[in-house]
Design a protein around this ligand. Structure first.
Ligand SMILES: [Zn+2]
Length: 382
């Protein structure tokens, strides 16, 4: 039998309420309504704020008109399915798939933050900028990632839109200049985004955490600048609790390389996520959608996938990072059905940006743009 555990109204006294044995009867039953999808649904009313709600208010499928398998979407994302593929397979519009991905991403970010709050970081962190593209090859990006050196737990990510580099033909240079003139690409994007990534690691470290923070990165100059200018890091540096080791990216990419964890993740992204597969014809069309899929993948990597599959290890990356397995199993069980409320959870600030979908997509969010460019749909939607 369903019982509401808290009031869904964020303004209400009973919103942050934690259900316990001697529970106060803060709500009353308030009749039923009938729904085409769910039949007869019990309605409730909060005695305190008078807000009405139902069992459906607490379901991941709140306000949906069509049932789609979240499991199919989740598994599809981790197995190179694009939005078009999933839309065909599930017989719903791409818009519906994007909507369900958004819901799954929110679930993934909430649970990630809840479970992170149960651990302290007990290992060096390896960081790197995973390079992909959005829209077309003229808009490369860096998804900065922070991975546990020992556990390969995927702690955090941040985003930077960058300019295309490398040898280009005259025609390509002309195109590049045109694209850059109609989009705002911050030359300091990598430094800023890397600084956000460091801040997110400090957010994860507890006040009581006496351990040091050791970072491993390649020799990108923007990282040094980000470390120098990050205010949150200053206290750690002054207390001599911070170390930064830079490794040449030319070092062989073996398991002995201190950057192994990010090299490993890089391979996983290129193998599993359709828009990051090398020579893919499927481009990410929207930065926020791309990041939503990345946090869904992070959830899959941390909580579902085994740590080093070939070694026949029965532990997940989350187990390796010290998250109690009883707790992670509880949340995994609720992942596809229970709706989590951001107002009840302290979410990592980098994830809040993804949740609020604040990243502009080049060409999409720019008013200077001529219409012809947004209407080009010659590639698959990711
Ligand atoms: Zn209430």
């Amino acid at each position: 039998m369903f019982k509401p555990h808290f009031c869904p109204n964020p303004e209400c006294h009973f919103h942050a309420y934690q259900n316990n044995q001697r529970s106060v009867k803060w709500y009353s039953k308030d009749g039923f309504y009938s729904s085409r999808l769910y039949g007869k649904v019990q309605r409730y009313k909060c005695k305190y704020c008078k807000v009405r709600f139902s069992e459906q208010t607490f379901n991941i499928d709140y306000h949906v008109k069509k049932k789609v398998s979240y499991k199919a979407i989740f598994n599809g994302i981790a197995a190179t399915s694009s939005i078009s593929d999933l839309s065909r397979k599930e017989k719903v519009s791409p818009h519906t798939i994007i909507n369900r991905e958004r819901r799954l991403a929110a679930q993934a970010m909430y649970i990630h933050s809840i479970l992170l709050s149960t651990i302290t970081i007990q290992e060096p962190i390896v960081c790197d900028g995973f390079q992909s593209v959005v829209q077309n090859f003229y808009f490369p990006n860096n998804i900065n990632i922070a991975i546990g050196k020992r556990t390969q737990f995927f702690y955090s990510l941040s985003y930077a839109q960058i300019k295309r580099a490398g040898n280009l033909s005259d025609q390509q240079v002309e195109k590049k200049e045109h694209y850059e003139s109609v989009s705002n690409i911050d030359p300091k994007a990598v430094e800023k985004s890397f600084s956000e990534l460091i801040s997110s690691i400090i957010e994860i470290m507890k006040e009581s955490d006496k351990s040091e923070l050791t970072l491993f990165t390649d020799r990108k100059q923007a990282y040094v600048a980000a470390i120098r200018n990050n205010l949150k890091l200053r206290t750690l540096i002054e207390a001599e609790k911070f170390q930064h080791t830079r490794i040449s990216s030319k070092e062989p990419r073996t398991i002995k390389n201190p950057l192994f964890s990010v090299n490993y993740m890089d391979r996983q992204f290129r193998k599993d996520l359709s828009e990051h597969v090398v020579k893919s014809i499927c481009f990410g069309r929207n930065v926020n959608n791309q990041l939503e899929r990345m946090v869904i993948y992070r959830f899959y990597h941390n909580f579902i996938k085994s740590y080093r599959v070939r070694g026949n290890n029965k532990y997940t990356h989350s187990d390796m990072a010290g998250i109690p397995s009883k707790l992670s199993s509880y949340y995994i069980k609720h992942f596809f059905r229970e709706r989590f409320f951001p107002s009840r959870i302290k979410i990592l600030s980098v994830d809040q940006k993804i949740l609020k979908r604040i990243y502009p997509t080049p060409l999409l969010d720019n008013s200077n743009l001529k219409k012809q460019e947004t209407s080009k749909k010659d590639t698959k939607i990711a």
